[in-house]
Design a binder for this molecule. Structure first.
Ligand code: SF4
Length: 181
């Protein structure tokens, strides 16, 4: 029995180690912060050193990177994208606008607090965060993955009703296919 537990721990460790070293990122460039992504990914900061690279479609992505303010119209598309991603999946909120609305906090059509609508694993603060901060956010996510603490995809599924209620409060014309696992 004890041996089984130890073997499982070793398997989990190797699995999490592999996962954290290979993060395919779908960057949803919603706000001005998106301008920092090319610098982060190209030769000067070279995020691929950390196993961070771009993904072409939601179904190939591990990480959804939201790079700034979100209008309610865009939020609908972001939710659809997130729900098409396979688990394990992670969300990074990039910039103050994703945390509390930033300078758009009292705008009539942008959201305040991305985590009310999607499960955010890591926030990167700043307006706009520099590439060093972006990489540091990814390293934080990698630590959570290694420790087995980045399981928000599962939590989203379990608490879908809570998220749906919040999402439908502000997205009035809700016509989307059901989240289908
Ligand atoms: S946090 Fe600043 S840089 Fe980022 S989207 Fe908001 S206003 Fe733009």
């Amino acid at each position: 029995m004890e041996n089984d537990k130890n073997s499982q721990k070793i398997v989990d460790y190797i699995q999490n180690f592999a996962r954290k070293q290979s993060l395919f990122v779908l960057a949803y460039g919603t706000g001005c912060g998106a301008i920092e992504i090319p610098a982060t990914m190209t030769s000067r900061y070279d995020a691929e050193r950390f196993g961070i690279r771009g993904a072409a479609t939601p179904r190939q992505a591990d990480v959804l990177l939201i790079t700034g303010y979100l209008s309610t119209k865009t939020l609908k598309r972001v939710i659809r994208v997130y729900e098409q991603m396979q688990e394990p999946k992670y969300v990074i909120g990039f910039g103050s606008c994703t945390i509390n609305g930033g300078m758009y906090f009292d705008s009539y059509n942008t959201i305040n607090g991305l985590d009310q609508y999607l499960p955010v694993d890591v926030y990167i603060n700043g307006c706009m965060p520099r590439p060093e901060a972006v990489i540091s956010g990814f390293v934080k996510l990698q630590e959570l993955i290694q420790d087995g603490k980045a399981n928000n995809g599962e939590k989203y599924r379990e608490n879908l009703e809570h998220y749906r209620t919040n999402q439908k409060k502000i997205i009035k014309n809700w016509k989307m296919p059901d989240y289908n696992w």
